[in-house]
Design a protein around this ligand. Sequence first.
Ligand SMILES: [Zn+2]
Length: 288
Amino acid sequence: MIPPAHRTLKFLGTAGARFAVSTQLRHSGGLVWSLDGATIWVDPGPGALVRALSSRPKVDPAKVDALVITHRHLDHAGDATAVVEAMTRGGFSPRGTLLAPRDALETEPVVFRYAQAFPARVGVLAPGVRHALAPGVTLETPVAHDHGVETYGYLLSAPGLRAGHVVDTFWMDALPEAYAGVDLLLVNTTRLRGGDRRYLHLGADDAERLVAAVRPRLAVLTHLGMQLPPRKADAAALEISRRTGVPTLAARDGWLLDLDDLPAAAARAGSRAPAADAGPAPEGGPAA
Ligand SMILES: [Zn+2]
């Protein structure tokens, strides 16, 4: 008997913005969703291919079905061409889907132009556009974010699961409605406090406002910057859990989240201060 599909989300990297990435205090490999026949890699920053190949269990780029670049900043796209080459055996096996904003394909091609010919399909992310990635699995970009370059968060839908990922952005009043109704909400939480237009990133205060409005079954903070090293990020997530009543965790490099058992992860986001073993287990790399 074939066992039911096991659905997971792997955090190859949790680094947010320039300094966390350039120091590699956190990794910058992006996320890999494994959903009902679709493996989707989002935002492969510098080192992503190395992180995938050294990850346990290994992420095999040749089995990735879709590569999603949410915007053309280095920490989201530094390894994009490397991943496209690995997905397609250097272009000899055209396969998979590449999704990116138009300015990341044309104005500043973060996948080099020669390699944009390698995937079987290239799709352009745009407000309200939905892409089918596998039977029953769709990715939709509900709204353009406020981040200086063309940027999209996304909603992923699979049978029985709806997830949202609010990527880099300044706070927008449209965010709660755009990401409403999700079971799992990922929030790129780069700073402790938002509200500073020099950075165009969400703070933990913005993340709390969003989590309180959307009320997913589980919220996860990721894309964490220098103000949110692991223990501070855990504390910020715990505060959000306490104040909103929504279980919230801070991601760690290498964490494999079991999407078929969100309540187990939610239970860890409980009411006590996070001990070393209370959060997602780190995998190698720099310690907290
Ligand atoms: Zn960015």
